[in-house]
Ligand binder design. Sequence first.
Ligand code: NAD
Ligand code: SER
Length: 320
Amino acid sequence: MGTILVTGALGQIGSELVRELRSQVGSDGVVASDVRGPVELESGIFVQLDVLDRDALDGVVREHNVDTIYHLAAILSAAAERAPDLAWKVNMDGSLNVLQVAKERGVSKVFIPSSIAAFGPSTPLDDTPQDTIQRPNAIYGITKVAMELMGDYYFEKFGVDCRGVRFPGLISYRTPPGGGTTDYAIDMFVAALRGQPYTCYLSPTTSLDMMYMPDALKAAIGLMAADSKQLKHRNSFNVSAFALTPERLAEAIRVHVPSFHCEYKSEKVRQGIADSWPNNMDDTAAREEWGWKPDYDLNMMVVDMLEKLPAFLDRFPSHD
Ligand code: NAD
Ligand code: SER
């Protein structure tokens, strides 16, 4: 039996997905990789791998008999606006290397996540349909739309079974987020637990689709397990959990940490990106085609974050 390769495995999603996959298939069944490293993991294989190095990627796929790839290496939205050339290279060339190697080596399935960023200011922002206008105006979203199209292209032309979901902003406690526009949500928990005030870079009423990490892992693994014949869509499915504004999250945190104080000073680039993204996506297609359903609502997420984050707090940078 082949192994599962995770690229970008030290990131916010990868660090959790590797643990979850290993709990399901065993430590040796999952090869974690990242351009950063080398790192010593508690168990299992880690390979330092730059997805821009196609020969190295090909070598890892051959050496470890890789059968499935979760491709998570990417530059996220805010970081991408600061370094658009790098973002284009990593998000496009890196992803195309993954598809190309998958095609040449007969890898059975590839997961390439898309994002709420694949939509833009001309998209309907409420109940954003599965199939709608996609004209993002930030480099990250442009790469996400292009890779959605390339994922479908590789499936239709070459039979590479590439699948993806459009993740909302993800909230989690184990690993700091990697430079996105939705990171404020995690920053708020960190500040609240440290007893510090927080200045949010988005306006208090900016609404964005959000999701707790356990649901994001459930979505990725659930879609990869879905019967191919049931899928009418492939790259990529809307998946949604709850719409959130900064002021609503601050209130929900204050229920448990009454002293938490939040101020708002909207910052041009990230506010502009956030204003162009959906308030909430319609995920009917995912529910109908592969049985998607989230487990966590806002309040369940807040309670779990406040319980689990303290053990990992020293990993998170300070924002004062
Ligand atoms: P992250 O920034 O936390 O992690 C990305 C990882 O990729 C990092 O560990 C980084 O070192 C690695 N990386 C960067 N360049 C690389 C390269 N050239 N070769 C190999 N590794 C490289 O990102 P994440 O939040 O874990 O996101 C993973 C995927 O999910 C991305 O495609 C992202 O666009 C998508 N996504 C994330 C969110 C979210 O809220 N976290 C939401 C929507 C979509
Ligand atoms: N959370 C991600 C970001 O803000 C969305 O793709 O970049």
